[in-house]
Design a protein around this ligand. Structure first.
Ligand code: SAM
Length: 242
C-alpha cells in the first residue's frame, strides 16, 4: 500500500476518533480501561518477534507500560508473560491499585481486543503495578530501556501541553538509546502539525522518530494507523560540558 494511502487511512481513523473522544469527555465520563494480549503488543511494538526471541531480547531490560488499564489482570497479557519470564516489566495506571471492578463489560472488552482470557481480580504477580500518572513516574532517572503505551498517548491524552510534560517525564526515566513505543498514533506529518510544541521538544532533545503502518480486520483494536518509535540519542550532552 502506498504511503499516501496509509496516511489517508490514518487521517480517517483519527478524524473519527478525536470528535468521538471529545464528545465522550464532554459528558465527564472517565477514560475507559481496557486490556490487550501479549500478541497485540508483540505485533505492534516489538516487530512481531517470535515469543522466544522476544524473551531473550528483553531479558536484561526494564520496560514500563504507561496507561496499562486492566492488562495486568489477564493471564495472556505482556505484563503476566514478562513476570513468568523474569523480565523487569512494570505497568502504570492511576487506577491500578484502587481496584478495577470487573464485570460483563470488561469480559466483552477483553475478547474484543483479541485476548483469550478475561480479567481476574485474584490474579497473582501484581507487585510490579504502579498507581501513577504518565507525567509523574516514581522511577529513577535513566532507569528504563523501553517505554510502551497503547491507546492512551495521542488518543485519550492529546493536548500538546500535556504531551510535552509526559514526554519530558519519559525522557527523564529513559536510558540513553532507550525508546518510546506508542500505538496507535497519527502519521508523522499530522503529529507534527497537531502537536507543534511536542515536535519542537523532541527535535531539540535529538529523538529519532520511525513509524510503521498497521491495518487489520479488528478495527476496534487495530484501526488503520501507525505505531511510532521515538529513540533517545545515545550521545547526550550534559549541560555545561562540551
Ligand atoms: C484505553 S485504556 C488503555 C489500556 C491498555 N493500554 C490497552 O491498550 O488496552 C487507557 C488507560 O489509561 C489510563 N490513564 C488515563 N490517564 C492517564 C495518565 N495521565 N497517565 C497514565 N494512565 C492514564 C486509564 O486509567 C486507562 O486505564
Amino acid at each position: 500500500m502506498s504511503s499516501t494511502l496509509q496516511r489517508l487511512l490514518s487521517h480517517i481513523t483519527f478524524g473519527v476518533m478525536y470528535p468521538s473522544l471529545n464528545l465522550y469527555e464532554s459528558m465527564n465520563i472517565p477514560v475507559i480501561s481496557t486490556t490487550r494480549p501479549l500478541q497485540f503488543y508483540r505485533k505492534t511494538l516489538f516487530n512481531n518477534l517470535p515469543e522466544e526471541t522476544l524473551a531473550k531480547e528483553l531479558q536484561a531490560q526494564t520496560i514500563i507500560d504507561i496507561g496499562c488499564g486492566l492488562t495486568p489482570f489477564i493471564e495472556d497479557s505482556m505484563y503476566q508473560w514478562c513476570q513468568r519470564q523474569g523480565i523487569d516489566f512494570y505497568a502504570v495506571d492511576p487506577k491500578v491499585k484502587n481496584g478495577f471492578k470487573f464485570g460483563t463489560f470488561d469480559r466483552i472488552k477483553s475478547y474484543a481486543t483479541g485476548a483469550k482470557t478475561t480479567p481476574n481480580p485474584n490474579i497473582g504477580g501484581l507487585d510490579k503495578t504502579i498507581a501513577s500518572y504518565a507525567n509523574d513516574l516514581p522511577l529513577e532517572n535513566q532507569s528504563v530501556d523501553i517505554v510502551i503505551s497503547c491507546w492512551l498517548i495521542f488518543s485519550w491524552l492529546r493536548s500538546d501541553a500535556i504531551l510535552k510534560e509526559v514526554f519530558k517525564e519519559f525522557d527523564r526515566v529513559l536510558k540513553p538509546g532507550g525508546s518510546i513505543r506508542i500505538f496507535p498514533t497519527p502519521d508523522l506529518e499530522q503529529l507534527n502539525r497537531k502537536f507543534p510544541g511536542l515536535a519542537t521538544q523532541l527535535e531539540s532533545d535529538g529523538y529519532e522518530i520511525k513509524q510503521k503502518f498497521f491495518m487489520t480486520g479488528n478495527l476496534a483494536s487495530v484501526p488503520p494507523s501507525f505505531a511510532t518509535f521515538f529513540v533517545k540519542p545515545t550521545d547526550i550532552t550534559i549541560p555545561g560540558e562540551q
